[in-house]
Design a protein around this ligand. Structure first.
Ligand SMILES: NC(=O)c1ccc[n+]([C@@H]2O[C@H](COP(=O)([O-])OP(=O)(O)OC[C@H]3O[C@@H](n4cnc5c(N)ncnc54)[C@H](OP(=O)(O)O)[C@@H]3O)[C@@H](O)[C@H]2O)c1
Length: 309
């Protein structure tokens, strides 16, 4: 099969696009023909080897987590799927991933794809959607009347978070460059702060929730804009600076869940209109290096999806 894979860690050239051995499903697996797979920052971070202490997979290794496709075969222990079923899901990072024509994936990690989503849309939601569910549906549940600041609203995670928070009735403030403001107002933001020209910590305060997908100084300053009892939900973006802590706020390190029940929950949120895919860029698998470059630039809009078969 064709795949985007690494033989060793490294920069752009470490990603090879070419022939790779066909996956062989184990007893609890489904073999999925992949129609679309999205790009997440974790993919180029893994390529670079930044996460090797956490995800110690054997090389060579196919990158990619999110997928949408058709079941081609099922392992001996799998009863809930049959060839021809359309599924979406998020793969196990220790095994070969989804930037490929086929994947052998644990059946418990995929779910029936919602009919309302195309394969491209479904593939776009995996890691980003799961992160938003973990943060704003669970760890820091956003509700009516909450004032929330969502960092990096133009990103894969931030853009979905805006939609969910708006649907829940919150007042949504987000940071983005000016060029993205109009789109984010369309997605449901009430206020967009141009982070290149305005320090958000000087213009907002007394917030209920901050969702931080930027890290660094933005993380530290976010603590200062919460009201007592407020919540700072953040995802891993790299090392965080030391700084004064507050004991009257909750700081929550959001971990991304996966698995069928969570994808079923996401399907409900999609049906409710609380999670709406925003795919800005589609590229063929042959252009995976370009797609990784765009993600690594730190300035992709919405999601980048590889169209595969
Ligand atoms: N649990 C986890 O560990 C977990 C889960 C998911 C994501 N993450 C991490 O979270 C980060 C974001 O993920 P993502 O998928 O949303 O990334 P992404 O789609 O690549 O985000 C790109 C967006 O970030 C915006 N941006 C960059 N710097 C900014 C700043 N200082 N302030 C405001 N916006 C800024 C850019 O907007 P402009 O072009 O307008 O600058 C761009 O639209 C990544 O580091 C990712 O690895 C971690």
């Amino acid at each position: 099969m064709k795949a985007a894979f690494i033989r060793d860690y490294g920069g752009r050239d470490a990603l090879e696009i070419g022939d790779y051995s066909d996956p062989i499903p184990e007893a609890g697996d489904v073999l999925v023909e992949i129609h679309a797979a999205s790009i997440n920052p974790i993919d180029w971070k893994m390529r670079e080897g930044y996460l090797r202490s956490v995800f110690d997979f054997p090389l060579p290794h196919v990158l990619g987590r999110d997928l949408s496709g058709t079941v081609k075969a099922v392992g001996a222990e799998v009863t809930e799927f049959a060839p021809g079923d359309l599924v979406w899901g998020m793969g196990n990072p220790f095994r070969d991933g989804s930037h490929a024509e086929m994947i052998a994936i644990e059946a418990k990690l995929v779910a029936p794809k919602p009919d309302a989503l195309s394969h491209v849309e479904a593939a776009s939601l995996g890691v980003s959607g799961m992160t938003v569910i973990a943060a704003l549906d669970r760890a820091a549940p956003v509700g009516s009347g909450d004032r929330i600041l969502i960092h990096a609203g133009a990103g894969g995670v931030g853009s979905l978070a805006i939609g969910l928070a708006k649907k829940r009735g919150a007042h949504v403030i987000t940071t983005a460059s000016a060029a993205n403001a109009e789109k984010l107002l369309e997605l449901g933001a009430d206020e967009v702060i141009d982070y290149r020209n305005t320090d958000f910590s000087t213009v907002v305060g007394e917030l209920d929730i901050v969702f931080d997908t930027v890290g660094g100084q933005a993380h530290q300053k976010s603590k200062g804009v919460l009201k007592p009892g407020g919540k700072l939900a953040f995802v891993n973006t790299g090392p965080l600076p030391d700084g004064p802590d507050r004991d009257d706020i909750e700081v929550i390190d959001v971990r991304v869940p996966g698995g069928r029940a969570n994808f079923d929950r996401m399907a409900d949120l999609v049906a409710e209109g609380a999670i709406t895919p925003w795919v800005e860029t589609e590229m063929s698998l042959d252009r995976a290096r370009e797609a990784y470059d765009l993600s690594q630039s730190g300035h992709a809009r919405g999601k980048i999806v590889l169209t595969i078969r």
